[in-house]
Design a protein around this ligand. Structure first.
Ligand code: F6P
Ligand code: MG
Length: 438
């Protein structure tokens, strides 16, 4: 049982699917090629030779897209290969790069890139986006040190009204942290991103008017009742976003709301900047490396120590099992979460017992709402499908709008936003956001 509305496809020129397929994917592939070339320049022998073949194979994918070829089977022997091919046969037979559904095709692109590396001798674990992930995290130093400086204040014991204020700020930081999505850097400048990362209170207050649906209060009502609960994050991006996810997780643990936090990561390089398990220790290491962040101006010894203390505490969470970092093949399929119960019953059954499941970012949102053209006033509960809606009662999506699908708007908000912003602006420029709870 699928929703009765069409999925977004690149054949629809009004949709961001079209621009993504025509313009953004080639840039993303070119950036990956540039990265490989840089690594080749630092490599010798067989690995370098094989690197050239990888460059050629990446370029071939670009040509396939350009020539609108049919989607072929995945040709490697990973744990998810058979499943990918079954999905292709069962649901997407005969689809091409242009006419297939945007959601499946975009996931397929990253899986096809993965195939090239998995089939290699010397590049099997290579993440062609890692350099970009690290470079952009470096650019986030302002907000990183701001948060580290603030943190001791945020986690000291305080009366409930104050906790609620802290909660409200942290949800916003966690939400706008999603703006740092490298796959969107083809649209946004570094200045745009820094502006979105700013965490001063009045700045956050101003940003609130850009939240089209805001269930922050509903989530608070639930969190308030929790003591020593389990909170799952279905993560999105590395670098600054996962840094703020960690800040939020830290606060959940320190406040006693949660006793266990689970970070659900991707299994392979995905949508440029998505978190893989290895990105977590790398983020810790970068924070602890005193030479990692550039421009030491305006940074005191105390700031450096504040960051180090915080990150040491985070490492302890992992050692003590309070924070679990893991991944599952299901997060890297091309399917909507409407299929989670049938496609990944193990994961489904294990996660529905979690007290809160927090879905970060745009892609997770697209997967929750089937990436289809629901009327924007469709209730969130309906858009996430019966299986999710009935079994997962505590889903929260924190998403900056970077793709067409949006649901859960009131008639009033719909009217208002349609009168003052273009479709491009409110649906996929990253300027607007939704916080939706079921
Ligand atoms: O390529 C489009 C897209 O799927 C958009 O939905 C968004 O721009 C990006 O890729 C992923 O965003 P996020 O990192 O927030 O999931
Ligand atoms: Mg992402």
């Amino acid at each position: 049982n699928n929703p009765p509305y069409p999925a977004f496809r690149a054949t629809n020129k009004e949709s961001f699917a079209y621009e993504t397929t025509i313009r953004r994917w080639p840039i993303i592939i070119d950036n990956a090629i540039a990265d490989i070339k840089q690594t080749i320049a630092e490599t010798t022998g067989e690995r370098a030779q094989e690197g050239n073949k990888i460059v050629k194979a990446l370029d071939d994918i670009k040509q396939e897209i350009l020539n609108n070829k049919p989607l072929r089977h995945i040709q490697d022997d990973k744990s998810d290969t058979a499943k990918w091919n079954k999905h292709l046969d069962d649901y997407f037979k005969g689809c091409t790069w242009m006419n297939g559904t945007w959601l499946f095709n975009e996931c397929y692109l990253y899986r096809r890139m993965g195939e090239i590396f998995f089939n290699s001798q010397h590049w099997t674990d290579y993440d062609c986006f890692e350099r970009q992930k690290n470079d952009t995290f470096k650019g986030s130093h302002g907000a990183v040190f701001d948060l580290a400086r603030k943190m001791p204040e945020l986690i000291k014991s305080m009366p409930e009204e104050k906790i609620e204020i802290v909660y409200n700020e942290l949800v916003q930081v966690c939400l706008w942290g999603n703006a740092t999505d490298l796959s969107l850097l083809t649209n946004m400048s570094q200045e745009d991103i820094e502006r979105l990362q700013a965490i001063e209170r009045d700045h956050l207050a101003k940003r609130r008017e850009f939240i089209l649906v805001d269930d922050t209060e509903k989530l608070w009502q639930k969190l308030k009742t929790l003591k020593g609960g389990r909170v799952d994050f279905v993560l999105d991006n590395s670098g600054f976003e996962v840094f703020v996810d960690m800040v939020f997780a830290d606060w959940l643990l320190q406040s006693g709301i949660a006793d266990k936090v689970v970070f659900n990561c991707k299994t392979m390089p995905w949508f440029v900047s998505d978190v893989m398990p290895k990105d977590m220790p790398m983020m810790f290491k970068n924070c602890l490396d005193r030479d990692f962040f550039p421009s030491k101006q305006g940074r005191s010894q105390q700031d450096v120590e504040a960051l180090e203390n915080m990150v040491h505490r985070w490492e302890q969470y992992i050692t003590k099992g309070k924070l679990q970092v893991r991944s599952h093949d299901f997060w890297c399929t091309g399917l909507s979460y409407w299929y989670m119960e049938s496609d990944a019953p193990d994961l489904f059954n294990e996660m529905k017992d979690s007290d809160i499941v927090l879905y970060k970012g745009d892609l997770n949102y697209r997967k929750l709402v089937f990436d289809c053209d629901f009327p924007v006033t469709t209730p969130f509960k309906e858009a996430i499908g019966p299986s999710m809606a009935n079994n997962f009662t505590n889903i929260i999506a924190l998403r900056t709008n970077k793709a067409d699908p949006v649901v859960g708007l009131s008639e009033e908000t719909k009217k208002d936003i349609e009168s003052k912003a273009t479709r491009q602006e409110w649906r996929y420029s990253g300027k607007y956001a939704v916080v939706e709870y079921n």
